[in-house]
Ligand binder design. Structure first.
Ligand code: BGC
Ligand code: NOJ
Length: 825
């Protein structure tokens, strides 16, 4: 069942009912100010860091779901409603929500009154702008009452939801004209405040939550809205809010437009106050308000936003025989990549904004799907990430976006982390040809005095693996590798111990993790990523160093075949007892997805590739995607850790973990199996789940981290329950990796060090496709013809009329347009 439809021309998903199977959200903002907004206007805003600088409050895991948002209330002669249906939930005569690129438009209609609200965060602007257009579509005049509503968060989201003994006494506001200022803690240590304004005279306001809502009421029936009035309340401690109140009369056919700004301002310490030393200096806030105080200015801002996305999405555009592929590649997958680039795994409807900042491995991978959009921002991010690295190549696993400092609570020793940086820096160079990044001086451990070149960072990353090998010569697994839930040194038997941070005393003396447990995944990642490092060294003329690194890669490949090949697929690990994990010898968890794709793409062994692809298809594939492991674990294995704490079919225990599905899609395409690659792609690509949204639950326009696997429900005698059900939408490495999988491996348009490589691996029944790609200042017009209906194989390539050997279009400086025609065969 569908709950809306794609409007590709406008690049929108149009939701036709407020009762979606889960709140379907969008993100506003791409720079410093961000808002999450659901299809019923739930969600919240923050500045840079969803934990440390939360501006409005949200109630996670609430009953009913999705509580907290920017709400507009209408009391039309006793009929109370919201344009977005929630939280009052009065049945509307019509409802529509359009989630677009950086904006959301919600339109509700009741009793001939139409309310259309458009939300967006303008470029270079720290605020959410909201335009409300109220239209009387009836034939008689209408008088009604109108309220806005936002609830302030007291800045630190963690503290805000725990430290009530203090917080209930700190809330402070100021009101001037039609603007309500949130200045909690501004008197002392904070140099920032927020405000909520409207471009019209108001008839009153409320800033004290209990006055507006009533202690025993809810968002669905605020007392003042019921009463049709306002309290002009001044918050003093407790919970400060911002609500504007207006009485409005509209003649038949008449419209009224209001523009609201929910903004955030930072002030230099010496300019915080007016002369009296306590009134907020509002200069900056007023300038922000002024910028969007008319519908014309609002429209201009929206136009700018559209132009911004036209430009970004104009970089890669494809026209394939599949509408759903075009929709994913040209619009939604790229859009999601911007969101994951900005937010890593911090704030979504499944990530509280408190738990995690920017992940080292996560953000490096996010760059793979984003770098073509704004390479300069990718470069800045790479430097931020690398600055948290430790001198020996180890890494802080996360950092806070506001402080850009490594997060000591989580620490490091995740065995895969350093490798992802080699991959992301390589992707940046391949995209831009900007080799100078390697010379950039980048601190270690955020300490400028320890700064060395980015090349040095890549070198210590590479050798961090080489210097930490276990008994078989495979990389040590440490706390965990990419799979956070395979914790081979944890041996946790006490509730509450974090599988990611707890160190079992038996390994403390050894440095915090077993010196026996080894990861085949990290080995495969090493042999896949390593050649990029070698390529870089060769390009720099460091041939000896390149050869030395290559030797390590070759050695690892040998070890893989000697000690990690299980006969039909690659094993997963050796545990801390030195026992095989992910082998046919195991009782459960005999085959794991993670190492297979990277091993295949490392060209370790042709026969192994064939067997592995067959085993994946047989053991892991389902109609909803590839499960992570098989059989699922049905009991707790203390030596494996968190993976076996999940019931089978969910998350890392045999869930369909879409992130690593992409690696198999890449690998199948790489191996020439275009049909197999495309089958796996279309099993999980969101646009293909639209028809079954009732089962899939999460947004049909973005990837989620996980889809319930075939074993879901098996331990309660309901095998297949929730099979196909999506969870954890938006913030997942799946976005970047599937962007890579479809655009670089299936469609085969792949930036390389020396130019743009075009080597598709498509379904055999495609006649071909066309694409345009902006790359290093030139526009490539690409035509792929597939007259013999093969999956892969460039038979001929013609560049600007001349035949060129191979499939890399050589880069020619200064060229503005390049026509590439490829015939497969
Ligand atoms: C989840 C992982 C996640 C980790 C982060 C685990 O509970 O299953 O997907 O990466 O937490 O700490
Ligand atoms: C989600 C985490 O963000 C990511 O870092 C990890 O690789 C996967 N879960 C798998 O555990």
């Amino acid at each position: 069942m569908k709950f809306g439809h794609f409007d590709d021309a406008n690049r929108e998903y149009v939701i036709e009912t407020p009762r979606t199977p889960y709140p379907w959200i969008n993100y506003l903002g791409t720079q410093g100010f961000f808002s999450l907004i659901s299809n019923t206007a739930g969600g919240y805003s923050f500045y840079k860091d969803a934990r440390l600088r939360r501006i409005t409050r949200y109630r996670y895991n609430n009953v009913p779901i999705d509580m907290g948002g920017r709400y507009f209330y209408i009391n039309d002669n006793g009929t109370i409603w919201n344009p977005g249906w929630s939280p009052v939930k009065t049945e509307l005569d019509s409802y529509e929500c359009r989630h677009g690129m950086g904006y959301t438009i919600i339109t509700g209609k009741k009793n001939d009154l139409k309310a259309q609200v458009t939300f967006f965060v303008p470029q270079d602007y720290d605020g959410e702008v909201q335009q409300v257009v109220l239209t009387n579509e009836g034939s008689a005049p209408k008088t009604f009452k109108f309220w806005s509503f936002a609830e302030w968060c007291l800045w630190d989201a963690q503290d805000d939801c725990t430290n009530f003994q203090r917080n209930f006494s700190t809330g402070r506001v100021e009101i001037k004209d039609s603007t309500i200022y949130h200045k909690t803690e501004y008197r002392d240590r904070r140099n920032h405040f927020a405000f909520y304004s409207v471009n019209d005279k108001i008839d009153g306001y409320d800033t004290d939550r209990d006055t507006f809502i009533g202690l025993y009421n809810g968002f669905h029936n605020p007392q003042k809205v019921l009463d049709g009035t306002c309290g002009n309340s001044l918050a003093d401690g407790w919970s400060p809010i911002a609500s504007h109140y207006k009485e409005i009369t509209l003649a038949a056919g008449e419209s009224k437009t209001l523009v609201f700004v929910l903004g955030y301002v930072e002030m230099p310490v010496e300019q915080k106050f007016e002369a009296d030393g306590k009134t907020i200096n509002k200069e900056k806030a007023l300038a922000m308000i002024e910028k969007y105080n008319t519908p014309e200015k609002f429209a201009a801002g929206m136009k700018e936003l559209r132009a911004y996305w036209d430009k970004l999405l104009g970089i890669l555009n494809v026209n394939t025989p599949e509408d759903k592929v075009n929709r994913m590649v040209n619009i939604w997958n790229q859009y999601q990549c911007m969101v994951t680039f900005n937010l890593s795994r911090s704030a979504s409807y499944f990530e509280s904004g408190i738990g995690r900042g920017m992940g080292f491995r996560d953000s490096n991978q996010d760059i793979l799907g984003f770098v073509h959009q704004i390479p300069d921002r990718a470069r800045e991010r790479l430097i931020d990430i690398a600055s948290t690295q430790l001198p020996d190549g180890g890494c802080y696993h996360q950092y806070q976006p506001l402080t850009k400092k490594g997060n000591a609570d989580i620490g490091g020793d995740f065995s895969d982390d350093p490798l992802w940086m080699i991959l992301s820096v390589s992707a940046y160079i391949k995209e831009t040809g900007d080799w100078s990044i390697l010379d950039a001086k980048v601190p270690y451990d955020n300490d400028e005095s320890k700064a060395k070149s980015m090349l040095d960072h890549l070198t210590v990353s590479f050798y961090h693996i080489v210097n930490n090998l276990g008994p078989h010569g495979l990389p040590l697994a440490m706390r965990a590798d990419w799979n956070d839930c395979i914790n081979l040194s944890c041996f946790s038997d006490t509730p509450g111990e974090s599988f990611q941070t707890y160190t079992n005393p038996k390994f403390k003396a050894e440095g915090g993790y077993s010196k026996v447990a080894e990861s085949v995944f990290v080995a495969a990642l090493f042999t896949y990523v390593g050649p990029n490092f070698v390529g870089i060294l060769n390009h720099l003329g460091k041939v000896d160093e390149a050869a030395k690194a290559q030797e390590q890669i070759d050695k690892m490949k040998k070890v893989m075949m000697e000690s990690a090949w299980d006969g039909n697929w690659f094993m997963r690990a050796y545990d801390a007892y030195g026992k095989k994990m992910g082998s046919k010898e195991c009782e459960e968890g005999q085959i794991f997805i993670e190492p297979q794709g990277f091993a295949i793409m490392s060209d370790i062994d042709k026969d192994a590739t064939k067997k592995t692809l067959a085993a994946i298809d047989e053991r892991l594939n389902t109609k909803h995607g590839l499960v992570l492991n098989n059989p699922a674990f049905s009991k707790y294995y203390i030596e494996y850790g968190e993976i076996s704490t999940y019931p089978g079919g969910y998350k890392e225990n045999a869930g369909i973990f879409t992130h690593n599905n992409a690696w198999i899609i890449c690998a199948a395409a790489y191996a020439g199996e275009g049909d197999q690659a495309f089958k796996y792609y279309s099993e999980i690509a969101p646009a293909y789940t639209e028809e079954t949204s009732d089962l899939h639950k999460t947004e049909p326009y973005v990837y989620g981290q996980m889809i319930g696997g075939k074993d879901a429900g098996s331990d309660i005698g309901q095998t297949g329950k929730n099979f196909g059900q999506g969870k954890n939408s938006w913030l997942t490495g799946t976005a970047a990796w599937n962007m890579v999988a479809i655009s670089q491996y299936i469609l085969g348009i792949q930036p390389d060090f020396d130019g743009l490589k075009v080597d598709p691996s498509i379904p055999a029944n495609w006649d071909g496709f066309t694409a345009t790609r902006l790359f290093r200042g030139a526009k490539y017009n690409i035509t792929i013809k597939n007259p013999s209906h093969v999956c892969k194989g460039v038979k001929s390539m013609v560049v600007d009329g001349a035949a060129v050997e191979g499939c890399v279009v050589p880069y020619v400086e200064g060229k503005k347009e390049v026509n590439v025609e490829i015939t497969l065969g």
